[in-house]
Design a protein around this ligand. Structure first.
Ligand code: MRU
Length: 345
């Protein structure tokens, strides 16, 4: 499996080959491969690589359990692993590798289609905002990277932006830096390649921009959305939702159904990944063309590094799914996805 090493971006574009399922597990946990939909797709290929080594039930279960443990918050990982494991259920061992590749490819295709639809539904919202202020671009605020890099194609939160841009609608994106892993720089990198106007700001600047009326809409991704519409997304999302509510700015979450956890009602039940403190203590960059890191806090300094926060449904204007835009309520989600209504009651 060939993938971009996202830990090297935006300074270096290097494709890496993941030969074994353990390489996939390492790439997900170190965030070479990151973004909820992409880690789901990668994990499905991880099962295929595991089946190549040993297609027995025991070996596949062990690989799937390890892959599942790499990132606890994004539910796409569990969704993709369960789907792939289920597809192999009654398949004879000698055919399991091919069947797993087939399922992984189907997961990728579904991701592309879902994101394209999210782009179309979200694009209508952007066009409506543009109609209100035809003399200037629609000003979108996003956080983290819910873009092409985080998915198989289009991105989730960026899909409406890319489609609107392709149609000639002027859009400007405020890109929140997203400490400590700086995924905002990934968003800036991909927006630049697509020719979409954007400005990077520190996470701390976003409340100010919202209060000053510089933002028309917030558009973010999700790692896990509960059946009643609470959203876990990258740390720093919740304060933006609070500031957006105070400023009267709509706050939308691009939420493919692969990231909805129908078994949970409250966001409080979502496991929040706590990552290594050195992500906060050490910063990286490029000096004279060479990658360098600098320690800004010594090892002895206690830090906390929760990787996600929960935005309660009440702060969310709407969830943009592949089937349309839903209010962040159990009833509205169940209406769009009636096949899951039982699991969520
Ligand atoms: O820790 P990351 O970089 O994998 O977190 C990514 C996010 O929080 C994204 O917003 C989310 O996965 C949606 S990606 C389409």
């Amino acid at each position: 499996m060939l993938t971009l090493d996202q830990t090297l971006l935006p300074h270096e574009e290097r494709w890496i080959r993941l030969e074994r399922w353990t390489d996939v597990a390492e790439a997900i946990s170190t965030m070479r491969v990151r973004g909820a939909p992409l880690i789901g797709a990668a994990a499905a290929y991880g099962v295929a690589l595991a089946a190549r080594e040993d297609p027995s039930d025991g070996a596949l279960d062990r690989a799937a359990a390890t892959l599942l443990g790499t990132r606890p918050t994004a539910v796409n990982l569990r969704w993709a692993l369960e789907r792939t494991r289920r597809a192999l259920g009654r398949v004879p061992e000698e055919e399991r590798e091919a069947a797993a590749y087939h399922e992984a490819a189907a997961i990728c295709e579904a991701d592309v289609a879902a994101n394209r639809s999210i782009g179309e539904h979200g694009g209508k919202l952007l066009r409506a905002l543009a109609a209100r202020n035809p003399d200037r671009p629609v000003r979108v605020l996003t956080h983290c990277n819910a873009g092409r890099l985080a998915t198989v194609a289009w991105g989730t939160a960026t899909a409406p932006v890319y489609l609107a841009h392709a149609e000639g609608l002027p859009v400007h994106v405020w890109v929140s830096e997203t400490r400590p892993r700086s995924q905002g720089l990934l968003t800036a990198w991909e927006l630049a390649r697509a020719g979409v106007a954007h400005t990077v700001v520190t996470d701390s600047a976003c409340g100010h921009l919202l209060a000053r009326g510089e933002v028309d809409v917030c558009l973010v991704g999700t790692d896990r959305t509960t059946a009643r519409g609470d959203v876990a997304n990258k740390i720093g999302t919740y304060p933006k939702a609070l500031a957006a509510r105070e400023a009267g700015v709509p706050f939308y979450v691009a939420a493919p159904s692969s990231s909805i956890d129908w078994s949970l009602a409250s966001g409080a039940a979502i496991p929040i990944e706590e990552r290594d403190g050195d992500e906060v203590r050490v910063v990286g960059g490029v000096v004279d063309g060479a990658r360098r890191s600098a320690r800004i806090l010594d090892r002895a300094t206690d830090v906390a590094n929760p990787a996600f926060d929960i935005t309660p449904a009440r702060l969310i204007t709407g969830l943009i799914t592949e089937r349309g835009v839903a209010l962040a309520t159990r009833a509205a989600l169940a209406d769009l996805f009636p096949e899951h209504a039982d699991a969520s009651s």
